[in-house]
Design a protein around this ligand. Sequence first.
Ligand SMILES: Nc1nc2c(c(=O)[nH]1)N[C@H]1C(S)=C(S)[C@@H](COP(=O)(O)OP(=O)(O)OC[C@H]3O[C@@H](n4cnc5c(N)ncnc54)[C@H](O)[C@@H]3O)O[C@H]1N2
Ligand code: MOO
Length: 448
Amino acid sequence: MTDPDVDGVEEALALVGRHPAGPAVPDPPGHQDTPWERARAVAARAGRGAAPRTRRVGIDQALGRILAEPLTALTDLPSFDTSAMDGWAVAGPGPWEIRAEEVLAGHGDVPALPDGVAVRIATGARVPADTTAVIRSEHAHAEPGRADRAGTGQGVGHLYARHEVVPGQDIRPRGQECRTGDELLPAATVVTPAVLGLAAAAGYDRLVTVEPPRVEVLVLGDELLTSGVPHDGLIRDALGPMLGPWLRTLGAEVTAVRRVGDDADALYEAVTGTEADLVVTTGGTAAGPVDHVHPVLRKAGAELLIDGVRVRPGHPMLLARLTATRHLVGLPGNPLAAVSGLLTLAEPLLRGLGGRRAPEPYRVPVRDDVHGHPRDTRLVPVAHRDGHAVPLHYAGPAMLRGLAAADGLAVVPPGGARPGDVLEVLDLPWTASASAPAPAPAPGGCFT
Ligand SMILES: Nc1nc2c(c(=O)[nH]1)N[C@H]1C(S)=C(S)[C@@H](COP(=O)(O)OP(=O)(O)OC[C@H]3O[C@@H](n4cnc5c(N)ncnc54)[C@H](O)[C@@H]3O)O[C@H]1N2
Ligand code: MOO
């Protein structure tokens, strides 16, 4: 029986040459392929070449966008000395004479507190000037004065602390979190719900954000059905349904996913008439009779930045500059090969166009042997299990079964990997949060 992960001559070669890597296999004559790391760097540089378009949007519109400028505090936070607890503001040493007035959150000017006096205070209220500390209600004992016993409501009485009172306790001093002008977040930060909250707290009504790059997807191939079960040599289009949502997770605005068939003229019209920042084509990258991508790019006067990458699957992928501000990524038609092209070329390009930062690369030990290609990098679907990356079956270039169960794609160097080898793993958008390394612990605690 055929191994479901070994699809084609290149993968069979990979089995032969997997351990040890051995001497580098020379390029076949005329081979133009770019090493995988260099291809990603070229794509990232191409994306950074065009200045991102920016737009100021209301914070209710900003979720998921990218900050085009650092988020700088428009105020001190807190903007006034704030009580952290419901209780008593006291001045000087106790016991304190209780004054009847109360200090509540949202009140403006509050009179200074004379020595020896306590007033009731609420969490979030502005602390009166000259306050020594706040004592939370459960840590104080109020002894009613005679006037109170008589029911006059004058609030006369005395307050006793049940514990030692430390100056400044349960007071959040003005500027504890930031001072006006402090950089709270750098440019290129993704606007998450937490960023929206921070921006609002820091005084923002609107944010300057990067406009998402516009991407058009052109699906090539006359053999593709858009519905129903494959029949008579026709197959379902697996890329149209997958690429639109995937590109959106990479920060793109997908303006269209269009079927172009195997029609060179229609492809030429689509490529030269587009308003998109990036055109993504699927299929037609090889040298078959109806593989129109190369001839159309030549006719359109496009500059090929990448024409083939030393990666399996997906080696016929390409990147072209259509005009100074428009690019085209040609993804191979085999579905897993297309995903390889998406992560190798489209992702770094879109990161640059969209003003995003590169994710922190992370590395994980692999649990099992992974076959290597003798010369090329392999991208292999893996699942995270107990701190290891487990290579998945059904990872042939034409298959999506392994990918659909995967947490990431392991980057397998030429020659392959042995159990315990530590490999870089490319996140899949839907698993990024689960597999990313934990952030560094905070240096100290702040409990109020
Ligand atoms: N003589 C050679 N032939 C091929 C080579 C090679 O080096 N020399 N490379 C092979 C590799 S590797 C790949 S990958 C493909 C790339 O081919 P194309 O980009 O031209 O893609 P197509 O020929 O159009 O399609 C390939 C394969 O994928 C299927 N396909 C296409 N689009 C879709 C889609 N939207 N959904 C599902 N499946 C799709 C298509 O039916 C073909 O089976 O070239 C090899 N050939
Ligand atoms: O190796 Mo191709 O996958 O089928 O690019």
